[in-house]
Ligand binder design. Structure first.
Ligand SMILES: Nc1ncnc2c1ncn2[C@@H]1O[C@H](COP(=O)(O)OP(=O)(O)O)[C@@H](O)[C@H]1O
Ligand SMILES: [Mg+2]
Length: 295
């Protein structure tokens, strides 16, 4: 395994381009030339995106998907297994190309990975040969920030995710939850415009998952980040999100949008409240229709 092939994209089926975000120079001039078409408050715009894998007879994974994520919004996508959620996040990350349509971040068209999009995926994507500190420092170092500034950034995010005592540990010495905390810190250290998260807590036990959700909410509330988060767990979607987009079975389309008008900060006990249960029932109904139609 070459040093740059240990990466997010090799670890799921959806990515066809084997690169790591940080290995690619950001902000291709051609993308800038597309001009700043920022509409008020929109950080990410997915416009009429269709994705077919392979040739004209290949799998139609996404069919005319459009959505916008507002600045500082926590937007969650749920959908049946295989509906194209990961495929959509891969396109947003710039790890694969849409068959048609486009994706813009702050008005610039996505054509390749870049530090304006931080990624946290389910499979751990840390560099095993680097310490926690060096993993988090990787992006700021590639940006050419001076050592003192890098140290401040790393210390800030180490504290933010509660891993300061583990700065000199290697990933193999950490639990699954801790590795994902490093992955979050590493993504944030690049100060991305949008954080793309694909079932980041899916491999964790339920208790650790709850802890991670709390941690992510705390970080998001403090850092004011824009998040596009994929999950198949409705409780997770409603605990975290400002808005939940429900996708159809494959080919994935956006079927419904559910606003989550539950006050913040939200405790984990929110799942017991009538408003929460009503929203959950609505989303479950939307998803059940999809799963029934699929069979
Ligand atoms: N690289 C690929 N080549 C061909 N088909 C793929 C590839 N990646 C995913 N698919 C197919 O596209 C569909 C959507 O996959 P995916 O985006 O992983 O769904 P989800 O994340 O919602 O479970 C699935 O039917 C899957 O088998
Ligand atoms: Mg997936």
């Amino acid at each position: 395994m070459g040093s740059l092939t240990m990466n997010a994209s090799t670890q799921t089926a959806a990515g066809s381009r084997v690169v790591m975000t940080e290995t690619i120079k950001a902000n291709n001039p051609a993308a800038h030339a597309a001009g700043d078409q920022r509409s008020a408050g929109t950080t990410m715009a997915i416009e009429d995106v269709t994705l077919r894998y392979g040739d004209a007879n290949g799998v139609l994974a996404l069919d005319d998907v459009s959505l916008k994520v507002a600045k500082n919004e926590f937007c969650v996508i749920v959908g049946p297994s295989g509906c194209g959620k990961s495929s959509l996040l891969y396109l947003a990350a710039g790890l694969n190309d849409a068959t048609s349509g486009r994706i813009k971040v702050d008005g610039r068209e996505v054509i390749e990975p870049g530090p304006d999009r931080g990624m946290v995926f389910q499979s751990y994507t840390l560099f095993p040969w680097l310490t926690v500190r060096a993993n988090i420092e990787y992006g700021p170092k590639r940006k050419g920030l001076p050592p003192e500034q890098r140290r401040q950034i790393v210390d800030q995010y180490l504290n933010e995710v509660g891993l300061a005592p583990f700065a000199d540990h290697y990933p193999a010495q950490l639990s699954g939850g801790m590795k994902q905390r490093v992955a979050i810190a590493r993504a944030l250290a690049n100060d991305p415009a949008v954080l793309l998260m694909d079932e980041p807590f899916g491999a964790l036990d339920s208790q650790t998952r709850g802890t991670m959700q709390k941690l992510l909410l705390r970080v998001w509330e403090r850092q004011q980040k824009t998040v596009l988060f994929v999950t198949h767990d409705i409780d997770e979607a409603l605990v975290l999100g400002d808005r939940v987009l429900v996708m159809t079975a494959r080919p994935g389309k956006i079927k419904a949008e559910v606003k989550v008008d539950i006050p913040r900060p939200r405790s984990m006990d929110v799942i017991l409240e009538p408003d929460f249960i009503a929203l959950k029932r609505r989303i479950l109904g939307l998803l059940h229709d999809e799963i029934d139609e699929d069979h």
